[in-house]
Design a protein around this ligand. Sequence first.
Ligand code: F3S
Length: 719
Amino acid sequence: MKRAVEIIVAESAGFCFGVSRAIDTVYKNLEIIPMVTYGPIIHNQSVVNDLEARGVEVIDDFEKADGRTVIIRSHGVGPEIYKNMDKKGIFYIDCTCPYVKKIHQIADNCRKEGRVLIIAGDRSHPEVEGIRGYGGGKVIVLANGQDAERARLSREVKYTLVSQTTLQKVTFDEIKAALDKKELDIEIFNTICSATRTRQAEADMLSKKVDKMIVLGDAKSSNSAKLYKICKDNCKNTYFIETIDKLQLNIFDTNDKIGVTAGASTSPVILKEAVKRMSELEAGIAFKNEDMNSQLVNEANETDESEDKSEETKRDQSFQEMLDESFVTLHTGDIVKGTVIQVANGEVSVNLGFKSDGTIPRGEFSENSAIDPADVVKPGDEIEVFVVKVSDVEGDVTLSRKKLEMQKGYADLEEAFNNKTPIKGKVADVVKGGIIAIIGGVRVFVPSSHASNHYVHDLSVFKGKEMNFHVIEYDRPKRRIVASRKELAAAEELELKEKVFGDLNVGDHIDGTVSRIVDFGAFVDLGGVDGLIHISELSWGRVKKVSDVLSEGDKVTVVVLDINKDKGKISLSLKNEGNDPWNNIAEQFPVGSIVEGKVVRLVPFGAFVELKEGVDGLIHISQIAKKHVVKPEDELSIGEIVQVKVVEVDQENKKISLSKKAVASDSDNDMEYVTDEEAVDEQVPEAVAVDEEVKTADAADAEAILEAEESEESAEEDN
Ligand code: F3S
């Protein structure tokens, strides 16, 4: 048999404005800031569970915020909570419903005027707890008419009555009537939220016209419970369920007319699902709501009109006006465009077309504190900003550019993580165990083992550097984002090496920067690849310590001596033709001239004398003295300054022959005449022998150097 069930959904069913606004704010900020809610954001466990799964924890004490932003839900909180959070530097987003805020204002005025506040409502409801805080010392809470009758109130005292926003109007009326009888000096504000009233009026109308009534809502929600009570009074077949799953759908009969409403904390998804499931129950079910809804709304309006001459309605109207005044076009969590008016002392003033200009405090401009806002924006620039806080009292608007930057940054990081693509960032800090890179405005941790493909002793060398990273861990709810540049650094190094090795030739003069000083020489960064200047290549003269000649960071021009592509080694020298002290040596030390020098080395066949830095000459043993000399050290000592005669200069082979004996003979005027030819004849065989010895010593040195280099590099690789 074809069934013709008719489903009518109350137009005002579900989330009210205040709850929607709070929930929107949380969902909008999920990717931007770590948050907690101060109490459940809504009396709806599935929404709370969903947010918890996304990292938004519910806390019952703001001390548990642990650095996260606290979301004040639509119920609001007392002034002492704001004060304590401000004192402790806890950041919060205030999602108190503007209707509730207005009650706070009335309560605050009441306290200032010395009146006693009376709240019609449930004393354990968080909204009532918050309002109490604004009322000051003595605040009376009346749950119903009997409470009001029993209350011991004085005609000598001035009172102000407000109501919980979700209170039933009938309860408020009972309380008001009982208080009227006491003939008190009292000002009365019916602050029942019109959203609640409309929902209740609709539920009342609807439940009178249907066979069965479904009230969707959380058992803990007082406004849902009130809706149920209203409906149950009119329709005995009223079912109060959290979701449609909790209802046996076979309770419906053919031709049933079913009404559906939902409490303020019921999400549109739950409502839609319920209607869909009931509609699918049997073929032929009719789903109708528009006509009935408009009829209901009209009836509700008529009911309102019947009351509109009352004093209370006038108060309602003034309350509404107050509410309208309190509405602002900006809300916390909004992303809006504005024009920069001024940049001063690191703060940016922005015109948003709101009654007050907004301010981006320095700390909210960028995650990178080194950035000066004046370098980025100037008056007249249009920028996008995130609204952090709108102060209803002073109209101040606090803005953030950093949070927007971070929002985009998180999206980019996630994409880089999913696609395994490199992403650029700048190293901002060195912390325990690694470095912090700012990537798209987000602080990302890079462990020290991932900072490079080599062990880096001092991570501060990376500070301020812009580099590419791989995102190796991305867990936004846990705020764990880890990056690495290990693989990228290795690839970059390889690429650079190939380029440098491809471009370099032996004999090239190239600029570089001293990157590291070691005992046996200095490493020079040639643009991503290091080459080595051995200590013997630092100067034409003798070098005792590398640091006597070079320091890390020095800019140098070096000559390429050797390139070993297989071993990845480049040998460099600071010596070049231009600074060769042997240039024009014959002019500097003409044959026959008598010059002064320092004995720097004694060998069995003579003594080497330094004539200038990098230029040593040899006094052959036969030329040390007129007498027969057995050992050079019998006549000379290291460091001794001696006068010698230049006997021969061989620029090509870099040799100078000297004679001390000739100087002595000259001075005695009894010089043994030695022709240049004789002197040369006398010296050549020894000079060759000397050269070979020196070369042998150099070769031994070179091998030792090579070993030292290799052991150092393999130690680095081990690291
Ligand atoms: Fe606000 Fe009314 Fe909802 S007071 S939170 S809009 S029920």
